[in-house]
Structure formats: structure tokens, C-alpha cells
Design a protein around this ligand. Structure first.
Ligand code: DGT
Length: 354
């Protein structure tokens, strides 16, 4: 199939079949960029309420650049991959200070911003600025691997896929083309049981021709993620409990947490908790009881999170610089990891206080 015909098939199909999404109704590069950052590793339906709320509070790039990071993190809370938020904030500041608030529309300048990689640069420049760069995400790789009959996603084959997209992306409507390929992967060329009869490029699809669309591309199963135990103390002082801010350069950096940490091999939970609380707050805890443990998965590992009710009695705790004693009603003012919200939910069902 000629590149021109192929791109026209995709663009026409997209214009008829695309889902109505708020970031597709705008030409504003800031909003398009924000949506692309939020959509990384995250499903559209999860992103939608976050996107809408963010735009309500931060309607312009300038408003983000001038915002307090804690306020941004509060809006990002629960969306995960918090580095995206941190990098986006840094990038908007650079745009405001070095480019007079105007998002650069050349590949070299845009990709040099924090958190911007090949995919984001291609997506934003093609959708917001009509520049003919490819935007290749996981969905596009699957569509092309089937279309071209590529079974193994070796480096060489991935380059072949990229070169094919580069040769097909049209000078007019490159954004519609890129979004069309992605949309095709998201709603038709599904990982399992693709809806081939609804596909606009079925007649040239090698995998369909071979009746093997389900096995393209071969995906190597990931090994099992490691599992660790984490202990933490919910330390009460009257009707308030103690929280501290995680270091910015750590995982979940900038979010608030209960003091605690990973349990070492061979250590009991209570000993681990004592060690962590002495290390972090110089505090010998008076442990009252354990709350039901909860499980939580991150992208590369999972945890069992053991939280213990503790009280601050004679031994006073030495707080970190960024810490607070908060009441239950004040939880909403801070951003916490999802695992903590699971604990809050448990506690609100039973009894918050000892
Ligand atoms: P290190 O030695 O820097 O690896 O740190 P640790 O042993 O103090 O552990 P930490 O706090 O980095 O790791 C605990 C894991 O549990 C981490 O992936 C974040 C997660 N987590 C979620 N909520 C909380 C919380 O409220 N407190 C703590 N400490 N960790 C939490």
C-alpha cells in the first residue's frame, strides 16, 4: 500500500471513529502537552477526571510554572508516576523563563525539556503544531507489528516500525495520523481478540492474512516483581497523628507519609518499626497494635504495608523539617501515596482512635 493511501485511510478512519476526549477538542499546546504527560502509562478513563480538574485550577502554562509544587502534587495524587508531575512543573518554568512562556515548536528545543522523550515530543509537535514527527507508543507498535507481520520486537524490528511510521506520517494532519494509529491500537487492534473486521487497513495486514493476529507481536513475560514488607507508625498525640514529607529525590518524593521503612531480612515487624522510628524520628515507639496489613503494587515491586498504632508518651519525637501533626479532617490538605489512602479507608471504617 502506498504511504499516501495508508495515511489517508488512517486519518479518515480517525476522523469518523475517534472517541470524544476533552484534549482532542483543543488546539492549545499546553493542554495537549499536559494530556500527553498524564496519558503516559495510564489509561484514558483514569486520566479524564485528573485532566479536567487540573485544567480548572491551572488553565495556563504560566499558572503551572508559578504554582507551588505541593498544590500540583495534590491534583496529581493517585495518578502515580509522580516524576511526571515534577518534570512537567520544571519544564513549564523553563518555558516561562527561557521562551517567554511560548512552548518551543522545534524538536531539539522541545525534547530538551525535563520529562520529554521521543514519544511526547512527536505527539505534542504533531498534534499541537502540525509537524510531521512520528509518535510511537505501545499501541502503535502493536498495530505496525501486525500490519507488517513482525513477530519479534527486536531493536532492529522496532527501528523498522519507526522508519515505516516516518515514511507514512503525512505533512498535512500529522497529528490526526498519529492519533489515528494510537486510537486504532486502543479500540480496534486490541492485544487480545482484535476487531479486525472494523479495521481500515485490514486488507494489507500481514497478521490478518496469516490468520495469526493474536500472536503478533510476541511479548516476553515479565519476571515476577519482588515483594517487600514495609512497616510504618501512625503516631498519635491526642487527636492528631504525625506525618512527614518524603525526600524529593526518593520514590514518591514530595508526598507525605507515616515514618517507617522496609523490613530487613530476618527482622520482626516490631523490631523493624522500632529501628525505623529511632532512625527517622529519634523516637522509641510505644506500640499499641497493628492495623490490618494492606497490599499495594508499584510498577516494579509490590509491598505489604504494616501500620501500627503508636502513641507519643514520655519519649518525644524529633520531627523532620517538613512534618506535621494533623487531625483526620486535615488529611485532605496533604498528598499521600495510594497505600496510605487504603489505610485511611480501613481506619475510617473501624475506629480512628485507640
Ligand atoms: P531506604 O533505606 O531509602 O530504601 O528507605 P526505607 O527503608 O526507609 O524505606 P522507604 O520509606 O523508602 O520505603 C518504603 C516503601 O513503602 C516505599 O516504596 C514507599 C512505600 N510507602 C508508602 N506509604 C508509605 C508510608 O507512609 N511510609 C513509608 N515509610 N513508606 C511508604
Amino acid at each position: 500500500m502506498q504511504p499516501k493511501i495508508l495515511s489517508k485511510c488512517i486519518v479518515d478512519w480517525y476522523n469518523f471513529n475517534k472517541r470524544d476526549l476533552p484534549f482532542r477538542l483543543t488546539k492549545n499546546p499546553y493542554k495537549i502537552w499536559l494530556s500527553e504527560v498524564m496519558l503516559q502509562q495510564t489509561k484514558v478513563n483514569t486520566v479524564l477526571p485528573y485532566y479536567e480538574k487540573w485544567i480548572k485550577y491551572f488553565p495556563t502554562l504560566k499558572s503551572v510554572a508559578l504554582a507551588n509544587f505541593d498544590d500540583l502534587l495534590k491534583l496529581w495524587e493517585g495518578l502515580g508516576y509522580y516524576n511526571r508531575c515534577k518534570n512537567f512543573h520544571k519544564a513549564t518554568k523553563i518555558v516561562l523563563n527561557h521562551y517567554d512562556g511560548i512552548i518551543p515548536n522545534t524538536f531539539e528545543k522541545f525534547i530538551s525539556l525535563p520529562g520529554v522523550g521521543d514519544y511526547t515530543a512527536g505527539a505534542v509537535l504533531s498534534i499541537a503544531f502540525q509537524k510531521p514527527f512520528p509518535a510511537i507508543d505501545g499501541n502503535v507498535v502493536r498495530v505496525l507489528s501486525r500490519f507488517l507481520g513482525i513477530k519479534n520486537l527486536t531493536k532492529r524490528n522496532l527501528r523498522r516500525i519507526k522508519n515505516t511510521v516516518i515514511s507514512v506520517v503525512p505533512p498535512k494532519k500529522p497529528g490526526d495520523f498519529n492519533q489515528g494509529l494510537m486510537e486504532l491500537g486502543a479500540i480496534i487492534c486490541l492485544p487480545k481478540n482484535p476487531k479486525c473486521t472494523d479495521c481500515p487497513i485490514i486488507f494489507n495486514c500481514k497478521a490478518y492474512e496469516r490468520k495469526k493476529e493474536n500472536i503478533y507481536p510476541i511479548l516476553h513475560k515479565k519476571g515476577q516483581n519482588p515483594h517487600i514488607s514495609v512497616v510504618a507508625g501512625i503516631i498519635w498525640r491526642k487527636n492528631t497523628f504525625y506525618i512527614q514529607k518524603r525526600k524529593m529525590n526518593s520514590m514518591l518524593g514530595g508526598l507525605w507519609e507515616f515514618p517507617g521503612g522496609k523490613v530487613k531480612n530476618g527482622e520482626t515487624l516490631q523490631n523493624a518499626l522500632k529501628r525505623e522510628l529511632i532512625e527517622e524520628c529519634g523516637f522509641e515507639p510505644k506500640i499499641i497494635k497493628e492495623i490490618n496489613p494492606i497490599k499495594h503494587s508499584y510498577s516494579h515491586f509490590s509491598i505489604t504495608f504494616h501500620c501500627f498504632y503508636c502513641i507519643e508518651n514520655k519519649t518525644r519525637l524529633s520531627p523532620r523539617k517538613e512534618s506535621a501533626w494533623i487531625t483526620v479532617d486535615e488529611i485532605k490538605l496533604y498528598s499521600f501515596p495510594k497505600a496510605n489512602h487504603k489505610i485511611f479507608k480501613l481506619l475510617s471504617k473501624y475506629d480512628w482512635f485507640i
